[in-house]
Each structure stands twice: as structure tokens, then as C-alpha cells.
Design a protein around this ligand. Structure first.
Ligand SMILES: C[S@@+](CC[C@H](N)C(=O)[O-])C[C@H]1O[C@@H](n2cnc3c(N)ncnc32)[C@H](O)[C@@H]1O
Length: 188
């Protein structure tokens, strides 16, 4: 029953604008799914604030995994978001989220994830090579994250990673619109 409800919500909201869609999807699915929220790759925190507001309304916590400047030497320039901007944006939301300031490829993020269990929703928007996205998706599967959103579903590495993951994992793709930037995967 839950699967049907969650899939219907994601499909019904497919015509909303991106930012509104992410927030509305989360606020409507959380009543159906137990657990916390995770964001891999937060940038300036533009979506993190929405995740925090919604999660807080449902008594859930948000974990952000992002190394910010501590890993700039391993990132293409377009992924380099100054930590100070994120920190300033997130100032009003202190206490509603935790920051694990590490690469999602670092084994140590598992400690923070284990402290967050169960996890209802994860938004994957970090490093976008096929290898990195696949690693992030496998990490989400390891912790039985129920619903996964992935940004830039049509970008080379991301697209390939989603295809491989759908073949190998216990997740199904929720069909939405081709021009929606993000893909949603639901646990089988
Ligand atoms: C495009 S931005 C994210 C934008 C944000 N999700 C939004 O919607 O506003 C990409 C982010 O990924 C982070 N990042 C880069 N490599 C990463 C890694 N290995 N693990 C986690 N985050 C990473 C960067 O620091 C940057 O903040």
C-alpha cells in the first residue's frame, strides 16, 4: 500500500517546478515512510533548507554529506561551492541538520549514516562520475533507504550509474517526466 501511495505522490507532482517539487514530494511522502533524510552534495544549501523545514515538521533529522573545501583537490571546478555560503544559508536551521564534512566515498560516512537510521529519503547530488554516483546509490541500498532522488538523471555518468543500479539492486524507477531533472527510485 505504501509503495502505491509514494509512487502516486511522485507522479502527481511531476509538473511542479524543481525546488517546489522536491519539497512537496518530501512533505507528502514522509507521513508514509518512517525515517530521516539525507542529502549528498548540498552546494549553497538551496534545497537543504527545504529538506530541513519539511523534516522538522515531521520530527525527522537531516544529514548532509559534503566535504566542501576539504576535498576541492578531488573535484572538478564546477563542484567547488564555498563552505561559508552554505554555513550562512543554514544558520537559521541549526539543530535541524548535521553535517558530515567528508566525501561520500569516504568509509567513515557510514558511521554518521548508521546514527541516522532508519532513512526514509536520500537526495543524491554529489560528485557525478558514473563511479561516484554508483557508489552513492550502493551506499543508500546498504542502509535500505526507501526513496532515493538523484539529480541530473540525464547527464552522462549519472544516467549510466542509474541504469547499472536498476539492473543490480532492489530498486525500481518511478516513471515521471523526461524533462524532470531528478529521477526517483523506490525500494522493491
Ligand atoms: C551541484 S552541488 C549540489 C547542489 C545542491 N544539491 C542543490 O540542489 O542546491 C554539488 C555539491 O557536491 C559536493 N561534492 C563534491 N564531491 C563530493 C563527494 N565526493 N561527496 C559528497 N559531496 C560532494 C560539492 O562540494 C557541492 O557542494
Amino acid at each position: 500500500m505504501v509503495a502505491k501511495d509514494v509512487i502516486r505522490i511522485i507522479q502527481d507532482n511531476k509538473n511542479l517546478g524543481m525546488k517546489d517539487r522536491l519539497k512537496t514530494n518530501l512533505s507528502q511522502v514522509l507521513p508514509f515512510i518512517e525515517g530521516n533524510v539525507i542529502e549528498i552534495g548540498a552546494g549553497f544549501g538551496d534545497n537543504t533548507i527545504g529538506f530541513c523545514e519539511v523534516a522538522n515538521n515531521h520530527n525527522r533529522h537531516v544529514l548532509v554529506i559534503d566535504p566542501f573545501e576539504s576535498d576541492w583537490e578531488n573535484m572538478p571546478e564546477s563542484y567547488r561551492y564555498p563552505y561559508e555560503i552554505f554555513k550562512k544559508t543554514m544558520h537559521p536551521y541549526e539543530g535541524l541538520y548535521s553535517l558530515c564534512k567528508k566525501s561520500s566515498l569516504d568509509e567513515e560516512v557510514k558511521i554518521d549514516m548508521e546514527n541516522l537510521l532508519p532513512i526514509a529519503f536520500a537526495y543524491v547530488d554529489g560528485l557525478q562520475s558514473e563511479e561516484a554516483v554508483l557508489s552513492d546509490l550502493r551506499l543508500m541500498e546498504k542502509y535500505d533507504v526507501k526513496l532515493i532522488g538523484i539529480d541530473d538523471k540525464n547527464r552522462g555518468g549519472v544516467k549510466e550509474a542509474i541504469e547499472i543500479f536498476l539492473e543490480e539492486s532492489k530498486y525500481n524507477l518511478i516513471e515521471t517526466q523526461e524533462n524532470n531533472r531528478e529521477a526517483y527510485l523506490w525500494i522493491k
